[in-house]
Design a protein around this ligand. Structure first.
Ligand SMILES: C[S@@+](CC[C@H](N)C(=O)[O-])C[C@H]1O[C@@H](n2cnc3c(N)ncnc32)[C@H](O)[C@@H]1O
Length: 223
């Protein structure tokens, strides 16, 4: 047997699906991206310059079609929102919604959220991270692809300011147990109740409900 050098393969939490981008979404990706997009680089962002103001930042990982992101941004003009999604049609859809709602407090990234958090988001910069209905990867051999892993939680701890929130929801009971166990192992997060207006339902949440799945949702405070 020869001693071949082994290359570490990165396990991603997504597979790029070859879905159709509509003409309107393509136009949005071409024309609106320079206005609302954050290009990926391995350098830390100047968040204040990005938004042209200083305000608490809410970051959503895997925003899908972005409807929840846009409605939260419209309802909270005093906050800045960053959405990260790798699915191109979803990014195009969201850009169109941002433009229709004339929002100035949302920026999008279309790169792997792990790299964006590691390289571009400054430490303790976020007041909140939302992770709604992330891919549950139900087969046991795929569990390693689930985005919530101890290293991911440690990364969130670095990026959320003290007192900030990690808000997570899923419609997969087994993934809910996995998430809760991993987050609680990190003593920098403590579960909390939050009273406030109900968040809008997402596309994947509605799909889960149609399949008869129960929704599990939890907030953890960075202590
Ligand atoms: C099951 S969908 C849920 C979408 C949306 N949050 C909803 O509830 O309708 C999960 C999304 O997360 C995105 N995603 C998964 N891993 C990601 C990563 N590492 N970075 C950015 N997006 C990711 C996928 O492309 C997919 O669109």
């Amino acid at each position: 047997m020869t001693n071949q050098p082994t290359r570490r393969r990165t396990i991603r939490s997504f597979v790029r699906r070859a879905s159709r981008v509509t003409n309107a979404q393509r136009r949005a990706l071409d024309e609106l991206w320079p206005k609302h997009g954050i290009d990926y680089t391995a350098h830390e962002l100047d968040i204040c310059q990005l938004f042209g103001r200083h305000a608490p930042i809410v970051l959503e990982i895997g925003f899908g079609n972005g409807e929840l992101l846009v409605s939260l941004a419209a309802a909270n003009p005093a906050r800045n929102f960053i959405g990260i999604e790798v699915h191109e049609p979803g990014v195009g859809h969201c850009l169109l919604a941002i433009e229709t709602a004339r929002l100035t407090n949302v920026r999008l990234s279309r790169h792997d959220a792990i790299d964006v958090l590691r390289q571009q988001v400054p430490d303790a910069a976020l007041s909140r991270i939302n992770l709604f209905f992330s891919d549950p990867w139900p087969k046991k051999r795929h569990h390693k692809r689930r985005i919530v892993q101890p290293d991911f939680v440690a990364l969130l701890v670095k990026k959320i300011e003290i007192g900030g929130l990690f808000h997570v929801a899923t419609d997969w009971a087994d993934y809910a147990e996995h998430i809760n166990a991993i987050v609680l192992k990190n003593k920098a997060f403590t579960p909390v109740e939050e009273n406030g207006p109900a968040r809008p339902e997402t596309k994947f949440e509605l799909r889960g409900k149609r399949l008869g799945h129960e929704i599990w949702e939890q907030r953890y405070r960075r202590v």
